[in-house]
Design a binder for this molecule. Sequence first.
Ligand code: SAM
Length: 360
Amino acid sequence: MASEQTVHMNGGQGDTSYARNSSLQNAEQNKMRPLIEEAIADLLSTGASLPRSMVVADLGCSSGPNALTLVSICVDAIRSQCLRSRQPPVEVCVFLNDLPDNDFNMVVKSLVAFQQSHRSVVTGVMPGSFYGRLFTSGSLHLACSANSLHWLSEAPEELRRNKIPAYDIDEHVRRERRRVVIGAYARQFRKDFTLFLELRAIELAAGGRLVASLAGRRSEEPAAEFTHAWESVALVLSEMASKGMINRAKFDTFYIPIYGPSDEELREIIQAEGSFSIREMQVHEPASNVESTLISPSKMANLLRAGFEPIIVQHFGSSGKIMDEFVRTAERRWSRRGSLEAELARNPRVILVVSLKKKV
Ligand SMILES: C[S@@+](CC[C@H](N)C(=O)[O-])C[C@H]1O[C@@H](n2cnc3c(N)ncnc32)[C@H](O)[C@@H]1O
């Protein structure tokens, strides 16, 4: 069942871990700093005296250095705001959330070190899906999330039920079916993101804030493409299926539960759900597009491996050979000069960043 798909990132600190292959995502996280600082300033600007304590959370934290980036920005912003207003430090409770299969051992160790170097901060992990309840009602002040909300709760049931492959190896059939497939993914995203907003609206305190980034696509483009990562994984696996390295029938039933909306689509879903006002929405060029030296064929292959190995291995079988072949096929595919750049340009992606405030 796709709803039980293993969508966490590769754990540990080895060569194929998310910890070692997430510098591009870290660059996206750092772009959220101004919006997080604005949200903190707003939360702390309620009058002459500051609140005594705040609860902040990162939803979809993963493991490795990125797991602490957003909450560090929050804690620094809170400390600066207290200093600026000459008030005693506010106590901060920091929660890191991800799915239960995430490498929480590593997260907990880094949280202990973080707590030791930040007085007035207590920390905890909150395992579970952000498409379910995580916090008690009205207890959260700021929820952040980076590079995670394009992950759906499951691949669209209507495709799985009707045995419609997400990525048909036959290019003609694929093109014919594309709208049906993307439409099903878009409906699943709407359902999931609406639920996410409803749940966070219950958990956030009055005036609470939500700052999130996710992969998306440009509004002016028709909804005819997947997000870049999905497309790249599918291209590599379809080549492997055509060459008999993986079972073709298995490839036809492989769905990655990811969807990147346009900014207009996102705006419309937020407005229709109704619990939040939009303070700001930004559309960024991803770091990989802006700084092409950040990306090379082997870096791209490892990045995809770090993010998609668990879900690929779960579906195709646990042999390490599959992933080694995946990396070799990807590197070969992009080894021709300019081919990776051309592939990225054919399917341009953007990062959407949104800053929301819970309505009173
Ligand atoms: C690409 S990583 C992003 C990690 C980190 N925030 C960053 O920016 O580097 C996406 C994370 O979202 C998590 N995730 C996906 N679906 C989730 C869900 N329903 N609930 C909680 N976490 C989820 C994955 O396990 C993964 O760790």
